[in-house]
Design a protein around this ligand. Sequence first.
Ligand SMILES: *[C@@H]1O[C@H](CO)[C@@H](O)[C@H](O)[C@H]1NC(C)=O
Ligand SMILES: *[C@@H]1O[C@H](CO)[C@@H](O)[C@H](O)[C@H]1NC(C)=O
Ligand SMILES: *[C@@H]1O[C@H](CO)[C@@H](O)[C@H](O)[C@H]1NC(C)=O
Length: 245
Amino acid sequence: MILRAALFHLFLFCASQILAINITSDPGNDSEGVIHVGLEGPVSLVCALDTQPEEELVWLRHDAVVRLEDGNKKGRSAVCVTPIHEDNGAMFTCYQKGNSTVRASVTLNVTFAPNISGSEEVTVEEEGVLVLECDIRANPLLSSVTWTLNGSLVDLRAGGFTVINNGLTSQLKASKVEKSLHEGMYQCTVVSPMYGVRNKLFQVTTTGKTLKFPLGPIIAGVVVVALTALFAVVSRWKKITKCCK
Ligand SMILES: *[C@@H]1O[C@H](CO)[C@@H](O)[C@H](O)[C@H]1NC(C)=O
Ligand SMILES: *[C@@H]1O[C@H](CO)[C@@H](O)[C@H](O)[C@H]1NC(C)=O
Ligand SMILES: *[C@@H]1O[C@H](CO)[C@@H](O)[C@H](O)[C@H]1NC(C)=O
């Protein structure tokens, strides 16, 4: 009986703690306090103290204090957020000033499509470096990212390609471009569980190598010098060996 009474009181105590402060949102939040919203937003959050309407409220975005107008602090306080990509996962917390044990939080889940479309013309020098990039940021996360060349999957080994996905972009790179291996129509294709399939095209053409220096004459000159030196040593060597005999 005593234990039960104690538990009951504990429950009441916790309930009053939870109910003392309350965030309502538009659009509404689910039971875990997550608000699902697109980039078009906006989201309005209203925090209210049930029992002490004279107390001031404080808002945090993660750990940073949100600046509030004077009339927007006592007993009830509203903030409005127009979500951007970086607000995905942002946690907003409201608490009673001077007593942060009384607090409530909500988290934004900002859903947005991958920004992939259209086509681009890319020109690359032979023996140069080819770099193609697709923005792969999306929420929910993409279920696949693929690169094709002329309609078939890019053969990483044959073309000396590397693909790096860092969570922000997918980068296809070839470091020594050859016309026969690398020219053509590239496409990056992503699949989003919410927004479906998206593509971006890259029409890649190669141009002949332009020499930064007149390498030809320099090489010829170096060869002449080297050969002259070699002949000098050889003929001298003959003399040296002769006199040693
Ligand atoms: C904070 O508020 C709770 C609930 O109203 C109260 O029980 C507690 O004593 C307060 N703490 C301080 C430091 O004022
Ligand atoms: C956000 O919502 C999407 C789609 O409902 C879900 O896949 C994802 O896990 C959620 N992310 C977070 C951080 O809750
Ligand atoms: C891709 O197709 C174009 C046009 O048909 C062709 O010129 C090019 O050589 C092809 N690229 C590869 C790597 O096969």
